[in-house]
Design a protein around this ligand. Structure first.
Ligand SMILES: [Zn+2]
Ligand SMILES: [Zn+2]
Length: 377
């Protein structure tokens, strides 16, 4: 393979250039030198100890954070050649011209491009569904493009398959490496997801006039307009009772909705929150069944692949759900911000001790369930 010019880089509406994501100019993608020969492809992932953004608008910042972590970890630049988010966007890292620094060994870096899927996965046994069809499809598009530049697109391995590496990486992308989903000719992820009917309905609606009544709790506001708002929230995918009573579940949904939409998180449906329930785009609904994610606050990294530079605090929408519930139970969780920090951990420990649960400071399925089911002392 001859070293081509930058004009051969992958382009498209779904491609985020270094400038596009705001790469730190101190990063030098050529730090490990040009990649030569006919490289294969090594697949990587990121784990939940640095959880991935729910919303794509936060993905640029997330990628900048990875670069920052790598720069402060003595790398010349973000280590990967490409990164792909779960919304299907392709981020240019070191690009196609240069060796990666992510493949663990000099041999690995010289022999494989590194593509990292920003999947979100637990470091323990339970996976959260961070892998999406758009992500898989985007990885495949990168590989198809690299093939046109001389890469051996059929030589796709996981990070941990490269000799000399001891890592679980690529985690929940492992099955896709093995079943051929990343092969350019694969059609595994071709299905384009169309929004659910409820999302289309919710987004088609116009906001009715604000009724002039603020919904608060406790005591729960009871008003005909509460039911109108509840119906709209259910249409948006939230699970709450449509009963005209602004109770605890309605308020939790309100807080989470406010947090997601960057409104004031006060748990009160006023004019702004009312209007937003019709005008804001529908994203992912939040559930309060156990999310399949353990909430941890760790002072040391857990994942051998990425522990060097990644914070180990669980950050996830579902953390907000739990924080809201604990606040409702009377615990001082600080802010309902979706970040499982020291305060959340302290509340968890005290709650576990109070309820006779294993006091490990980790919110798993038992502690999660007790947060709803155990009586409030
Ligand atoms: Zn890796
Ligand atoms: Zn994204």
């Amino acid at each position: 393979m001859t070293l081509s010019t930058q004009s051969d880089e992958i382009t498209g509406e779904d491609v985020v250039t270094r400038q596009g994501w705001g790469a730190d100019p101190d990063g030098d993608p050529s730090g490990n030198g040009p990649i030569e020969g006919s490289p294969g492809i090594a697949i990587h992932y990121t784990g939940s100890i640095w959880p991935v953004p729910i919303l794509h608008r936060n993905c640029d910042e997330y990628v900048r954070g990875i670069q920052e972590g790598h720069l402060s970890g003595d790398y010349d630049d973000i280590a990967y050649n490409y990164l792909v988010c779960r919304h299907g966007y392709i981020y240019i890292g070191r690009g196609y011209q240069y060796e990666s620094a992510a493949n663990g060994t000099d041999f690995g870096n010289a022999t494989y491009y590194a593509i990292c899927g920003l999947t979100g996965v637990l470091d323990g046994p339970v996976l959260i569904p961070g892998t999406t069809p758009p992500l898989v499809s985007a990885v495949r598009r990168v590989i198809a493009h690299l093939e046109t530049l001389g890469a051996i697109a059929s030589d796709i391995v996981g990070h941990g398959d490269i000799p000399g590496n001891d890592t679980l990486c690529p985690g929940n992308l492992r099955p896709y490496v093995e079943d051929g989903s990343f092969q350019p000719e694969s059609t595994t992820a071709e299905t384009v997801l169309t929004p659910d009917a409820h999302i289309r309905a919710a987004q088609a609606a116009e906001p009715p006039d604000w009724p002039g009544v603020e919904f608060t709790n406790p005591p729960p506001t009871e008003h005909a307009s509460v039911q109108v708002w509840q119906e709209q929230m259910v249409t948006r995918g939230w699970r709450l009772d449509v009963d005209g009573v602004y109770g605890n579940r309605s308020q939790i949904a309100c807080r989470l909705f406010q947090a997601e939409k960057a409104l004031d998180v006060d748990g009160i449906v006023g004019e702004q929150t009312w209007n937003a329930a019709w005008t804001e785009p529908v994203t992912e609904p939040v559930d309060w069944t156990w999310p399949g994610l353990y909430f941890r606050y760790e002072t040391a990294g857990l994942h051998p692949d990425i522990s060097r530079s990644y914070p180990s605090v669980t950050t996830h929408t579902s953390v907000s759900v739990w924080q809201s519930q604990m606040a409702y139970r009377g615990w001082d969780v600080g802010s309902v911000d979706g970040v499982y920090g020291t305060q959340s951990q302290a509340v968890c420990l005290a709650f576990q001790e109070e309820k006779g649960l294993t006091a490990d400071g980790i919110v798993g399925p038992e502690t999660w369930a007790a947060s709803w089911d155990a009586p409030v002392d």
